[in-house]
Design a protein around this ligand. Structure first.
Ligand SMILES: Cc1cc2nc3c(=O)[nH]c(=O)nc-3n(C[C@H](O)[C@H](O)[C@H](O)COP(=O)(O)O)c2cc1C
Length: 397
């Protein structure tokens, strides 16, 4: 008996098939003004839930906008000339030598983690923005991060439909560092980018009603720690950033926490509201069984000795959810740098039971725990198992 191929199956196959019919774009030299910005992407990397990195980097130098792919060491020219100059004037982002836009694409995280994935993509973006701010502030004479800028003109120019500008780093006065020779650049101004799956469309539609429209103006920046207290004296943030890692597991024993949490007071130059508080609390003295239970059964975390909870009153969350999550992610990032300096094992944790941690820390019921980081002696595991599991992180069965 021969099977007949019905047309609907053919359409299904067409959907499943991969084909790249776009002609390859002409190569360009890497412009000298882009080189010190590309170098920032060569210094270390930022943590990411499940190593998914649900964002893209867009860089503006002069009147050109490039998409930068650090993994492939590749950049693509997207727009140049009058349209870019106009977007810059309309956004009021000033006359920095370069701007780095972190553009979040929630689908890349939500396709694995569902609704929880939206929290993770905001936290991932907060990590990478803080990382770039820290390394940028040592490679340029001025570096500032805006989380509430008027970026609509750039979103329109880039035709962002299922992603949005999360934050913008402005950089001026390159201190003479250049990128390695591995980078390639292509002129992609004629390429179209309308390959969007219906699943991503559905995902975006579920978020769109909740996304804040963004401010109508760009705010001034100020340099301050995110938590009150004296700023610590820290060695080069860039060298810490270069060796930062998430520990893959922990071994039994304690660790020095004080010098690690000092890093939470490293000052950052941002436009954040100085009055919107996200706090950090250290919790110790839990049993291994409790820890695994509080972290959705993640056995590799059993021997961590301290937890740092990032939490806020619910009114702060309701007022500015993205801003509060940004602070939690930025603080966790600084904690990573502190742990790296003190040789303490650290990992961020997205898969945690917020209510259990809240009561373990004795926090008021009006507080929500946004994010957790664990500290302890690094173990010897070779693989980070949270990436392998379907999704520890959001309690899926
Ligand atoms: C938002 C977020 C959530 C994370 N959640 C977990 C987690 O639940 N368990 C875990 O072991 N690691 C977690 N991680 C750490 C990632 O596994 C780690 O960052 C990633 O594998 C990349 O490795 P690296 O940090 O060494 O570059 C999380 C990281 C982030 C940024």
């Amino acid at each position: 008996m021969t099977a007949t191929v019905v047309p609907s199956v053919w359409r299904l196959w067409e959907r499943m098939k991969l084909s790249v019919s776009v002609p390859s774009s002409p190569a360009l030299p890497v412009p000298p003004s882009l080189s010190p910005v590309l170098r920032l992407f060569e210094i270390g990397s930022a943590p990411s839930a499940g190593a998914l990195y649900p964002y893209e980097h867009i860089v503006l130098v002069g009147d050109s906008l490039y998409s930068v792919d650090p993994g492939r060491r590749r950049c693509r020219l997207l727009h140049a000339g009058q349209s870019v100059r106009l977007a810059l004037i309309r956004s009021g982002l000033g006359d920095a030598d370069a701007l780095v836009f972190v553009v979040v694409r929630p689908w890349l995280s939500m396709r694995k983690y569902g609704d929880r994935g939206y929290l993770y993509c905001l936290l991932d973006a907060a990590h990478v923005a803080t990382h770039l701010l820290c390394v940028g502030s040592e490679s340029f004479s001025s570096a500032a991060l805006r989380t509430r800028a008027r970026t609509r003109p750039f979103a329109d120019l880039l035709d962002l439909r299922h992603s949005f500008v999360h934050s913008v780093l402005s950089l001026s006065g390159a201190l003479g560092f250049a990128c390695s020779s591995q980078w390639s650049c292509a002129d992609d101004r004629d390429a179209s980018n309308d390959m969007v799956s219906w699943l991503e469309e559905e995902c975006w539609n579920s978020l769109a009603p909740f996304l804040a429209p963004g401010l109508g103006r760009t705010l001034p920046v100020h340099r301050a720690p995110l938590l009150p207290g004296l700023p610590p004296d820290f060695p080069s943030l860039s060298s810490l950033a270069a060796s930062r890692r998430s520990t893959k597991d922990f071994s039994p024993g304690g660790c020095a926490v004080d010098s690690v949490v000092d890093a939470l007071r490293i000052p950052l130059t941002t436009d954040l509201d100085p009055f919107a508080v996200v706090d950090a609390s250290v919790v110790t003295g839990f049993s291994g069984d409790d820890l695994v239970r509080y972290c959705m059964g993640q056995e590799h975390l059993r021997h961590a000795s301290s937890a740092v909870l990032f939490h806020a009153d619910r009114t702060v969350l309701l007022d500015d959810l993205n801003g509060a999550v940004f602070r939690a992610g930025a603080l966790a990032h600084l904690l990573y740098l502190g742990a790296t300096a003190a040789d303490v094992g650290v990992t961020a944790i997205g898969g945690f039971d917020a209510d259990r941690w809240r009561s373990a820390a004795g926090l008021p019921v009006s507080h929500d725990v946004l994010y957790v980081a664990l500290l302890g002696r690094p173990g010897g595991a070779a693989v980070k198992v949270d990436r392998l599991q379907r999704a520890h992180a959001h309690n899926e069965r």
